[in-house]
Design a binder for this molecule. Structure first.
Ligand SMILES: C[S@@+](CC[C@H](N)C(=O)[O-])C[C@H]1O[C@@H](n2cnc3c(N)ncnc32)[C@H](O)[C@@H]1O
Length: 271
């Protein structure tokens, strides 16, 4: 089990205490990602890109969010793909905390999913958790997000090439760890000088990568669908919580000084 339910209960208590202090709107998402957000930061354009990938596989695609937790990202996907569903191994996260489990989330390990679908999404797995083989049996296209620190297999790779997929494109977003640090430094560390805050902001480097994979026979179609989506995307069409990313210096197409290639956040790089 990736986490202990007792730890989760303690974290939930801290989350409730935090909310009682009436913090600025949307901060909780970046401080308690499991309860109030997700372990990867996203904008509406990410949701639209993922939907564009799924729609390249089928006009009415099946969509499975693997290890979806409480389903924060999944709920946004469902605004565009109302039949999208999720699978979450740890049913205790709902029952132990008294959170109602939506019907579209199945409590089961992905290993039990037998049917082949159009699209699987894997949003940030704990280091060491590696279910790529199972995911690759479940879908024609896969979008996976992971941190630059190394996750999944023993070598830290989250790639799907070895399972018969072609990588079609990728993009970079800020890691929730960097956003969390920035929110904490800016708003919850009153003793930190402005100069120190600026210095810390320059150090951030724990990016999150979004990799898009497709079976070779539909790779071109997926690439074109994503290309068309990226060309017409409107960063002003957004979720309210994206304002926190902007305030913290993680703007759309913001240029990063700490990397040497694909320096702009959210810039799609086609393979
Ligand atoms: C780090 S959390 C990420 C949750 C969510 N995707 C997000 O990004 O916020 C990983 C989730 O994957 C679930 N998980 C781990 N192994 C799994 C498996 N074999 N099948 C389904 N879910 C699994 C865990 O229970 C946990 O809720």
């Amino acid at each position: 089990m990736p986490f202990m339910l007792d730890d989760l209960k303690k974290a939930q208590q801290a989350y409730r205490q935090f909310l009682e202090r009436r913090p600025p709107e949307h901060h909780a998402r970046y401080i308690f990602p499991f309860f109030a957000g997700s372990y990867f930061c996203y904008r509406k354009i990410d949701v639209r890109r993922v939907v564009a990938v799924a729609k390249a596989a089928s006009s009415d695609p099946s969509y499975l969010d693997v290890g979806c937790g409480y389903g924060d990202f999944l709920s946004k996907i469902r605004e565009f793909l109302p039949n999208a569903s999720g699978v979450e191994k740890e049913g205790g996260i709902f029952y132990a905390l008294g959170v109602e489990k939506p019907a579209y989330i199945e409590v089961a390990p992905v290993e039990s999913i037998a049917k082949q679908g159009d699209m699987a999404f894997v949003g940030w797995m704990e280091p060491g958790v590696d279910f790529r083989r199972q995911v690759s049996k479940a879908a024609q296209c896969i979008v996976t997000t992971f941190d630059a620190g190394g996750q999944c297999g023993i070598n830290g790779g989250c790639e799907y090439d070895e399972f018969g997929y072609e990588r079609v494109a990728w993009w970079r977003t800020p890691s929730w760890i960097d956003v969390n640090a920035e929110v904490m430094n800016r708003y919850y560390t009153p003793t930190l000088s402005e100069e120190k805050k600026e210095q810390l902001a320059d150090l951030r480097s724990a990016h999150n990568f979004w990799y898009v994979y497709a079976r070779p026979d539909i790779a071109d179609k997926v690439r074109e669908s994503l290309r068309a989506q990226a060309a017409m995307e409107d960063p002003h069409d957004r979720f309210e919580f994206e304002g926190v990313l902007d305030e913290c210096g993680f703007g759309y197409k913001e240029e990063l000084l700490t990397v040497t290639s694909a320096r702009r956040l959210w810039e799609v790089v086609f393979d």
